[in-house]
Design a protein around this ligand. Structure first.
Ligand SMILES: NC(=O)c1ccc[n+]([C@@H]2O[C@H](COP(=O)([O-])OP(=O)(O)OC[C@H]3O[C@@H](n4cnc5c(N)ncnc54)[C@H](O)[C@@H]3O)[C@@H](O)[C@H]2O)c1
Length: 315
């Protein structure tokens, strides 16, 4: 199928994608290791199936040099924590919008023609209605979500003006082994640090679709094989949702401290820009033939089991 270039490939989702892509062809991971870890891709690196170029996506010359000779680009780097945008308002502009521009410009300069992009359900903002891809009734409410939507707009323009093909996936909240952030990992780490009480930001009623990382990587691969030429935008999420309170309860039960109490700080969201409600229709991708295997609750349960072993390793 070609030579693959994975920006952010040493991260959580990226490393699972690399595990799958190496079966199809040579893979170059381009990552500044700010969040990602060499250990996540050690197995394919050791076999010589993948190679790692340590570089920053904001360094356009280095990106162009490293991307030369590749056919398919998977772009997964971003600001890892949406709430950091509240403190540093340029962060998502740089790590989201300009980073995506750099990836597109590097593709234009090197002649790489096929892009897979990791967008997010945050482009739909706060919504209790199930959203389809063509429906942006509610715009983003965080700088992170705004940068994802800006990235999508840039991709559309590059597809039209420079003949790229791009598949954009709007993920639900992705969970699973090697997770680098998110509510479940936060809760488990908080329980490790304070064994008697788990503090949860908000009232616990925030509810979102949680996607297991295996479904996320399988869905992107499916899109690579089956999405039509040109621009395609697909939600990649289960149809159901899990509440933050339920995640907190599952984390307490999975930890060595099942008697810890849960304290909610109150309010309908964890922080300004945190989406309290998200509903995403999986039907468009299902129409191509891909169905997410795990429900949201299943994905969360599986992820917590795996992450609990990482946070509380058995002696
Ligand atoms: N995890 C989720 O719940 C979720 C949901 C929706 C969308 N997404 C998107 O999916 C993508 C992957 O997310 P993830 O959860 O694997 O995050 P992650 O932070 O684990 O992975 C991102 C990788 O990009 C690298 N990186 C960051 N900035 C870089 C830079 N300037 N130059 C080079 N490399 C850089 C990091 O080191 C990391 O390895 C991101 O774009 C994220 O916004 C994730």
């Amino acid at each position: 199928m070609g030579r693959f270039f994975v920006v952010g490939g040493a991260g959580f989702i990226g490393s699972h994608m690399v595990d799958r892509l190496v079966a199809r062809g040579p893979v170059t991971v381009y990552d500044n290791l700010s969040v990602g870890k060499r250990a996540f891709i050690e197995a394919p690196l050791a076999r010589g199936a993948a190679r790692l170029v340590e570089g920053d996506v904001l360094d356009l010359d280095r990106l162009v040099e490293a991307m030369a000779g590749h056919d398919v680009v998977v772009h997964l780097s971003a600001n890892p924590e949406a709430r950091w945008g509240l403190e540093r308002t340029r962060l998502d502009l740089e790590q989201g919008t300009i980073a995506t521009y750099n990836v597109l410009e590097a593709m234009r300069r090197t002649g790489a023609k096929r892009l897979v992009f990791s967008s997010s359900g945050t482009v739909y903002g706060d919504t209790s209605e199930e959203r389809r891809e063509a429906d942006l009734g509610n715009l983003p409410i965080s700088l992170y979500g705004a940068s994802k939507l800006a990235g999508e707009a840039l991709i559309s323009a590059f597809v039209e003006c420079f003949g790229l093909s791009a598949t954009i996936f709007r993920f639900g909240n992705v969970v699973g082994p090697r997770g680098t952030h998110g509510a479940a990992l936060d809760f488990l780490k908080k329980l490790r640090d304070r064994k008697t009480e788990l503090e949860v930001l908000g009232d616990g009623r925030q509810s979102k679709p949680y996607l297991h990382v295996s479904d996320c990587a399988d869905g992107m691969l499916f899109g690579l094989d089956h999405a039509p030429e040109g621009l395609g935008i697909y939600n990649l999420a289960p149809p159901d949702q899990t509440s933050v309170a339920r995640i907190a309860e599952m984390c307490v039960r999975a930890s060595p401290y099942p008697d810890a109490t849960i304290r909610f700080t109150g309010g309908d969201r964890g922080w300004p820009g945190d989406v309290p409600r998200s509903r995403m229709s999986p039907e468009k991708l299902a129409g191509l033939g891909f169905r997410v295997r795990h429900t949201s609750d299943e994905a969360v349960r599986m992820a917590i089991e795996a992450l609990a072993l990482e946070v509380f390793p058995k002696e």
